[in-house]
Design a protein around this ligand. Structure first.
Ligand code: ADP
Ligand code: MG
Length: 348
């Protein structure tokens, strides 16, 4: 059984907050990159998060935001240059062995052996955690069943679909029955069906088993659907934090998005919109203009008329309730870019 620390040290980061499972404070991490003229990469720039026990917490951010670096520090695989972190009140830097017994980690890139079967992978993982004999076999079978892999248990992992491989990865992270599970981009690259199945599994871990789950994702929808709370990470720091509904609710009114046709005078269009009374928080990305309005549907005719008077056509206009996309835009000043699947970050 993993050792738990029910008696939290008094000097915990989140003093008095006994329901805190993960706390990170002011994490800074730079990577020296040979030949990089602008100096080292600042992967984390003072990142802080607090994760409640038994909740699903999402770290949402684009490629390169610092999500994997955060996971690596919290799971004792990397050391920060500054800052501190605790898992169940245990310092990750001072007592990494104790932390490792409490956590399961599913890395961004699969750690399973493709030339072994699913069952063999699970049993080997159990051995790494000191499990032996019937205990490890029973645990492997239990996890194979839970993740719908019983029929594929004796097939080589290299014959698995992407969704099956990822489910096995999660199962591998659970072999030693950790209290806290770290999932780094659990559904990246999966098709929609496999993604939905994975969401159900992750949900069950928290709601059914009472686990604490910290997951990273660059999919807004994933964070929106899964996370009890989320932190939007940009350039190594948290720019907004809260429940998805609270974050969206902070944005009053509707989001109005306008796409201008190519060749349109964006500067002029911007000036026109800025002059309208019911339009606020205007952001411009290329030929896309986004703004907020208390009642978007009734504001649109006025917006279009004003643009037309200025001789500016509009290619498309949409009005929507605020999305996490709008939350991101509001807090970072730029639109969320998700051209990520074909643009993976370097492995480390
Ligand atoms: P994310 O997981 O959000 O995509 P990462 O934490 O992987 O972000 O990376 C944050 C930044 O640090 C990126 O600019 C990335 O290129 C850089 N980085 C990450 N790992 C290394 C490494 N081992 N060496 C050099 N740079 C790295
Ligand atoms: Mg990553």
């Amino acid at each position: 059984m993993p050792e738990t620390s029910t008696a939290k040290p008094r000097a915990s980061l989140a003093v008095g907050a006994t329901n805190v499972a993960i706390a990170a404070e002011g994490l800074v991490k730079t990577y020296a990159v040979r030949g990089r003229k602008s100096g080292p990469v600042r992967a984390l720039d003072g990142l802080s998060i607090t994760v409640g026990r038994g909740t699903i917490f999402g770290l949402l951010g684009p490629n390169g935001a610092g999500k994997s670096t955060t996971i690596k520090i919290l799971t004792t695989l990397a050391r920060p240059d500054a800052g501190s972190a605790e898992i169940e009140g245990v310092d990750v830097l001072k007592r990494p062995d104790q932390v490792r017994r409490m956590i399961g980690v599913v890395a961004q890139h699969s750690g399973s052996d493709p030339m072994a079967t699913g069952r063999e992978n699970l049993i080997l993982q159990g051995h790494l955690f000191g499990m032996r004999g019937p205990e490890v076999k029973a645990r492997a079978d239990e996890l194979l069943a839970r993740f719908g892999l019983t029929d594929a248990a004796n097939r080589l992992v290299k014959t698995y679909s992407g969704g099956m491989q990822r489910r096995l990865d999660v199962a591998l992270g659970l072999v030693h029955q950790p209290e806290i599970l770290f999932l780094d981009e659990p559904t990246t690259g999966l098709d929609p069906e496999a993604r939905t199945a994975m969401w159900q599994e992750i949900n069950r871990l928290a709601t059914g088993d009472g686990m604490t789950v910290l997951l990273t994702t660059h999919y807004m929808e994933e964070a929106d659907r899964l996370a009890d709370r989320l932190a939007i990470v940009d350039h190594g720091t948290v720019v907004a934090e809260g429940s998805p509904d609270a974050l969206k609710g902070d944005l009053r009114g509707d989001a109005v998005h306008l796409d201008l046709p190519s060749g349109a005078d964006v500067t002029r269009a911007t000036a026109v919109l800025e002059g309208l009374p019911h339009v606020r928080d205007l952001r411009v990305t290329g030929r896309a203009l986004s703004a907020r309005s208390d009642d978007g549907a009734s504001a649109v005719p006025g917006i279009l008329a004003a643009l037309e008077r200025a001789g500016i056509g509009v290619a498309a206009v949409t009005v929507a309730r605020p999305s996490l996309d709008d939350v991101y835009l509001r807090h970072t000043g730029h639109r969320y870019a998700t051209n990520l699947d074909e643009n993976e970050e370097p492995q480390s």
